[in-house]
Design a protein around this ligand. Structure first.
Ligand SMILES: [Zn+2]
Length: 94
């Protein structure tokens, strides 16, 4: 254990969605293998399913996508993974 010079508990892994290398800083992110922004996108998609495509959801979505692109994430993978979130117009919630 003492050989390791990396910070404790900060394993680097690849995001399951955008494929960026990311550090596990939030436990729930680590569980699903998402980076922070992708995890937030998943939450937004749930909100959208509940509430429809509200303006704040669209704004938050675009901000998170921009963050992922700046971090050299795979934009197409993100868009297809969260295809419901990136589809407009959104069908009526069931
Ligand atoms: Zn990601």
């Amino acid at each position: 254990m003492a050989h390791n010079r990396f910070k404790h508990g900060s394993g680097v892994y690849q995001c399951a969605v955008c494929q960026r290398r990311t550090r596990a800083t939030v436990e729930s992110c680590d569980d699903v293998g998402y980076c922070g922004p992708c995890y937030d996108l998943a939450g937004l998609q749930n909100s959208m399913w509940d509430d429809g495509q509200e303006d704040w959801i669209v704004k938050a979505r675009d901000g998170l996508l921009a963050k992922i692109i700046r971090g050299k994430g795979n934009e197409q993978a993100v868009r297809s993974h969260f295809s419901a979130l990136f589809t407009t117009p959104i069908p009526e919630a069931q």
